[in-house]
Design a protein around this ligand. Structure first.
Ligand code: AMP
Ligand code: GLY
Length: 427
């Protein structure tokens, strides 16, 4: 088979790394990819949102399957477009992607079908939102409806801060039309976890659970990022809880989507808060997580291409997907200054020197004409280790990450640490 992976981050490098392992695969293309994918696939110089360009390239290269990483092309209808071309594609249609692209759509769906979500209110009028906010007690959560590169949710610890967020979103339009409507939510305090599932619209097959670290600094200090690291599986999320989330959240959502006329195929990502043993949905995403994918796919024992094809062909019920019970830790190396402004173009040294069983997934990297790899983005690499337990996985990552260097490089030192502390404190 010839497969095209759309995107160029750490998630896409991981997808390509797994796909090239399949005996069913002859050649893999990435658009646009990065220096990591260039080493194992062929990069095409096309933006993920250049849907027509991707369609043309897919025809020229006789692509058998397209796999979409990021949300933007899904929300722009890449799946609908390729369906029309008759080229198999993995991902939800534009209408089905609304579970991610419109928080208002997702919230209305959850409320209609009794899927647990925070108590909140939806506003399209700034003055009504302000009035409502006046009656709330902080902390309170203000969310822009649309896609805002992970920046559209503000957790305000005072009403002043919440009013500022509301005015930024609805008046100053800092996220443009993504802020036409807002949700004002109660603040939930619990443990956050992502349960991401494959679904063909009928069968739902969850992956191993993972935790993401969104803040830039250790101990969750500082501003939000695209994700600074992750691990799988979190000790607090039992197999029983995974079953409960599948039965009470994932399956009902997929069924609800079909009933509403938006059959859902691809990956359904539930961002959850677990409160006193009860899961609540903070958000849905219509795609694989980044950096969750970097710690999830190394634990997948089944051929990923078999899974992707079962989803596309609608026979996921016939496939038993197997997962390793090992632990996996991924730590993101970022450019100094990220998530604010940062410089790129620094040579990266030491990637080839890591232990054989340590994985280095590229995000913002590019190869120079001198074959040196240079930084080319905010999040640059994810260094991943698999171990018998979390302590071993973590130790592998941190032992190796210190040998990789580029000017200004930064990474969190506490990824998965809470899992280790828990083990240590057991009597
Ligand atoms: P979302 O894009 O909705 O997942 O929100 C981004 C992040 O904001 C989540 O990963 C949570 O950490 C946090 N968050 C969102 N909604 C709430 C809420 N109602 N209570 C507490 N934290 C929240
Ligand atoms: N890691 C969060 C996301 O992919 O949305």
């Amino acid at each position: 088979m010839k497969i095209l992976v759309v995107g160029g981050g750490g998630r896409e490098h991981t997808l390509v790394w797994k796909i090239v392992r399949s005996p069913r695969v002859g050649k893999v293309f990435t658009a646009p990819g990065n220096a990591g994918t260039a080493a194992i696939a062929e990069n095409l110089n096309l933006r993920p949102t250049d849907i027509e360009g991707l369609g043309k390239a897919a025809k020229e290269k006789s692509i058998d399957l397209v796999v979409v990483g990021p949300e933007a092309p899904l929300a722009s209808g890449i799946v609908d477009y390729f369906d029309k071309l008759g080229i198999p594609i993995f991902g939800p249609t534009k209408a089905a992607t609304q579970v991610e692209s419109s928080k208002v759509f997702a919230r209305n769906l959850m409320e209609k079908y009794g899927i647990p979500c925070p108590k909140g209110a939806i506003f399209s009028s700034y003055s009504e939102a302000r009035e409502y906010l006046q009656e709330q007690r902080p902390p309170v959560v203000v969310k822009a409806e649309g896609l805002a590169a992970g920046k559209g949710v503000i957790i305000a610890s005072s009403l002043d801060e919440a009013h500022k967020a509301l005015s930024d979103i609805m008046e100053a339009k800092v996220f443009s039309s993504a802020g036409d409507r807002v949700i004002i939510d109660e603040y939930l305090n619990g443990r956050e976890v992502s349960l991401i599932a494959f679904t063909d619209g009928k069968t739902v097959s969850p992956m191993v659970p993972a935790c993401d670290y969104k803040k830039i600094g250790d101990n969750d200090q500082g501003p939000n990022t695209g994700g600074m690291g992750s691990y799988s599986p979190p000790g607090f999320f039992s197999a029983q809880m995974a079953k409960k989330v599948t039965k009470d959240i994932l399956l009902p959502t997929v069924k609800a989507m079909a009933k509403e006329g938006f059959p859902y195929k691809g990956v359904l990502y539930a961002g959850l808060m677990i409160i006193d043993g009860e899961p609540v949905v903070l958000e849905f995403n219509a795609r694989f997580g980044d950096p969750e994918t970097q710690v999830i796919l190394p634990l997948l024992k089944t051929d990923l291409v078999d899974v992707l094809m079962a989803v596309v062909q609608g026979n996921l019920d016939r496939l038993k997907i197997e997962w390793s019970t090992e632990a996996c830790v991924g730590v993101v190396m970022a450019s100094g200054g990220y998530p604010g402004s940062y410089k790129t173009g620094f040579p990266i040294r030491g990637i080839d020197g890591v232990d054989k069983d340590v994985l280095v997934f590229h995000a913002g990297t590019k190869s120079g004409s001198d074959h040196v790899i240079y930084t080319d983005g905010g999040r640059v690499l994810t260094v991943v280790g698999v171990g018998q337990d979390m302590a071993e996985a973590r130790e592998k990552v941190y032992r190796n990450i210190s040998n990789i260097y580029f000017e200004g490089c930064y990474y969190r030192k506490d990824i998965a640490l809470r899992e280790i502390d828990k083990i240590k404190s057991k009597p």
